[in-house]
Write a protein that binds this ligand. Structure first.
Ligand SMILES: O=C[C@H](O)[C@H](O)[C@H](O)COP(=O)(O)O
Length: 222
């Protein structure tokens, strides 16, 4: 296992060890949180902890089945004890960009519903200022007018295309994903609000409004 993968596993396992018997757990999407889920599966089998997960993507729901993590829904459990997720960039003030895997719409809903938001990363994700392109989920009907407004905010929206599929990536919710570069983001919370105020935007990947309940775990490699 290479050093980055080892760091991701270390972060994921440490997050999974924060979960207590009886908790309802938001399950994020991505390679780092899958290590947390692997460990949760082990703890269910070895310690007999009884937990339920709320998945943020179809891929996470499938992984949960594989690891033996029982699932529930946000309708049955609108308040979660903890949510565990990865991120693409994280600042020292715990603001972040997410959405490399196009799951940020459900990820933000689940994180918002959780009492504690635990973010698992390797040190390559730590930055002083956010500057990655911001993933934005857009209703297909509205993408033309949304892109015009994103440009007026200073962004450069680029449609995310499939890898083994021609044309746009379609999210788990049936929408388009655009990656929108804004350069250095000096006011993440303001930009998060401004993007979401455009009619037709479902959600963007800046997470800047839940820093108080956020715990960042940076994984270590041996
Ligand atoms: O949509 C995907 C998510 O926001 C992921 O949590 C994020 O991209 C981090 O993924 P990974 O842990 O694979 O780097």
């Amino acid at each position: 296992m290479d050093a980055v993968t080892e760091a991701k596993r270390n972060a994921g396992y440490r997050a999974a060890d924060l979960v207590k018997d009886g908790m309802i757990v938001g399950l994020g999407t991505g390679s780092t949180v899958f290590f947390a889920m692997e460990r949760l599966g082990e703890r269910i089998a070895s310690e007999g902890i009884r937990i339920f997960g709320v998945p943020t993507s179809n891929q996470t729901a499938m992984r949960a089945e594989e690891y033996g993590i029982p699932l529930t829904t946000l309708s049955l459990h609108p308040v979660l004890d903890i949510a565990i997720d990865g991120a693409d960039q994280v600042t020292p003030s715990k603001q972040m960009i997410k959405g490399r895997g196009a799951a940020h719409l459900r990820e933000k809903i689940v994180a918002d519903a959780a009492k504690q938001f635990v973010v698992v990363i390797d040190s390559a994700k730590e930055v002083s200022v956010l500057d990655a392109a911001v993933p934005i989920e857009i209703l297909p009907f509205a993408y033309g007018s949304v892109c015009r407004k994103l440009a007026s905010l200073g962004g450069e929206p680029v449609m995310r295309n499939g890898v083994k599929k021609d044309g746009p990536v379609i999210s788990d919710n049936g929408n388009y994903i655009f990656d929108c570069a804004f350069g250095k983001v000096d006011d993440p919370s303001g930009l998060e609000s401004a993007i979401n105020a455009i009619p037709g935007v479902l959600e963007n990947g800046i997470f800047a409004k839940m820093t108080e309940k956020t715990l960042i775990i940076v994984g270590k490699s041996a």
